[in-house]
Design a protein around this ligand. Sequence first.
Ligand code: T3D
Length: 259
Amino acid sequence: MTILVEQHPGYRQITLNQPDRLNALTAAMGEALLAALEDAEHDAECRAILITGAGRGFCAGQNLTEVAPTEAGPPDLGPLLDGYNAVIRKLRALPLPVVCAVNGIAAGAGANLALACDIVLAAKSASFLQAFARIGLIPDVGGTWILPRLVGAARARALAILAEPLSAGRAAEWGLIWQAVDDDRLMDTAHALTARLATQATIGIALAKRALDAAAANTLDQQLDLERDLQNEAVRTPDYAEGVRAFLEKRAPRFTGKR
Ligand code: T3D
């Protein structure tokens, strides 16, 4: 199985599972990952997702044995990248928070897969490598979009062009990820965070994701209008009523994540 899915109370863990190749991606893995995300989305009990990798790496990007040029010429990457891009689009559009626990090297498409998640934790020994330039490619699966937004133009350019590994600690300092965590604490921290998110106001989180992503292409005026409209949706959820009630009653809220 190239992808493992585990059920936990309120959330699912999806593990990339080709450890002997540092979980390098294949077209089949991309399809399985997309299917796992779609399944989670359609499970009313699933209110958060945790993604990680098996073994010592998170994901070494495209499995290069699958795309090596042959005597017939270079591979057509269109269908392959359309498949991976569907995963990135799904991650961004999922109405659930997605935590990524980067347990080891995240290279090439593997780095940008991690960065497409909502909250990225990484083991302190892990690193992020925009490996593409090492083989004459450009950062893909959203890399050229997300890198400058997370770390600014100068750092994005150097990461893309130099293709040098960035430690988890430096990635956190630069704002590329949320947090670098001691290796032996990574999975406990990631599970605790995902379990906590699974008890939060799920629809509010989904609407916040939508607003944040839309901001990249909006003017301030457009964004103010969008915030007003989405807030009007959020205010109609039972979780808003419960949140306010709990505040006034000085108790912890019991969110359901339901409409
Ligand atoms: O055409 C296209 O490529 C389209 C799509 C592009 C998107 C991309 O992701 S492009 C970028 C592809 N990824 C890379 O270029 C990274 C290649 N890997 C590495 O540079 C290194 O493996 C790492 C820096 C990630 C880790 O180094 P290290 O020393 O910790 O591990 P290793 O010994 O290199 O790798 C362990 C095994 O995994 C090894 O196999 P072996 O020798 O034990 O049988 C290695 O060949 C294999 N492996 C690692 N990365 C890949 C891979 N096998 C296939 N594809 C890989 N990407």
